[in-house]
Design a protein around this ligand. Structure first.
Ligand SMILES: [Zn+2]
Length: 253
């Protein structure tokens, strides 16, 4: 089975029929497990409820850098021992829209890395226009994945040395993504996972549509081409990578 290692489902929590359809579409497409990522504390409870409802859905809890500076105390503590919480994410740095709140972003990032370390959970890292600070802050004491990776080869090399995984999203299928495909060709096969980051980032040929986990297959197809692997070979590699990355993700293989 394929696993969408990073999708946002909490916006659909209040629409059980839509959520059922999304999960069924994924199953029918061969996407047997989903990891629902959080971006802010109000996502935590819905993410856990969704993971409770569906055997094949897990979640990561985290606060995206865009919420830096807001009160987050005690957001995590009630949930960290939940068996369906497989990691901390998404967390990181985003300087795309400016660096006015850089200090608060770094503070939030470090706090959450500490939570991950204390609870021995892997992290899902968001890093946009912030490679240097991300490399400076992340060290060998945490492990995890560079989610929706679109960074440079230099950045990739550093994070490879630190044992990180790299998640390919729909961006890998974009026409203008030659450089990114080149980088994923060089990343060792045992360090790659896939994701949709849905509802964002729909892959080719669905660009412009709302993305959903079933579409992760399109990223898998491109990845199998650039890695020169059969799709089913890639499928089993990605399954075992995901289990190594997220040991609490007990999917039946
Ligand atoms: Zn995300």
């Amino acid at each position: 089975m394929f696993i969408d290692t990073h999708c946002h489902l909490t916006d659909r929590y209040a629409e059980p029929d839509t959520l059922d359809a999304i999960v069924n579409n994924a199953k029918n497409a061969g996407v047997g497990a989903l990891i629902c990522a959080c971006a802010q504390p109000s996502d935590f409870r819905p993410a856990i409820e969704i993971a409770k409802k569906y055997d094949n859905i897990f979640c990561t809890l985290g606060i995206h850098p865009e919420y830096a500076g807001k009160e987050i105390e005690n957001s995590f503590q009630d949930f960290l021992n939940n068996p369906k919480v497989v990691g901390i994410g998404e967390i990181g740095l985003d300087y795309h829209y400016g660096i006015e709140n850089k200090k608060q972003q770094i503070e939030l990032f470090k706090k959450q890395l500490l939570i991950a370390k204390t609870h021995n959970l892997p992290v899902a890292i968001h890093s946009r226009d912030a490679e240097e600070d991300t490399m400076a802050i992340l060290n060998d004491s945490v492990r995890g994945v560079m989610h929706c990776f679109t960074g440079s080869w230099e950045f990739a090399k550093t994070m490879l040395d630190r044992g990180f995984y790299f998640s390919a999203s729909g961006i890998l299928t974009f026409k203008n993504a030659n450089e990114l495909r080149e980088i994923f060709t060089k990343i060792p096969n045992d360090r790659v996972v896939i994701e949709t980051d849905s509802p964002y980032c729909a892959p080719v040929p669905y660009r412009g549509k709302e993305c959903e986990p079933a579409m992760v297959i399109e990223t898998a197809k491109i990845l199998s081409e650039i890695k020169n692997l059969q799709l089913d070979e890639l499928e089993s590699i990605l399954e075992s990578n995901t289990k190594n990355l997220y040991p609490k993700c007990h999917v039946k293989l």
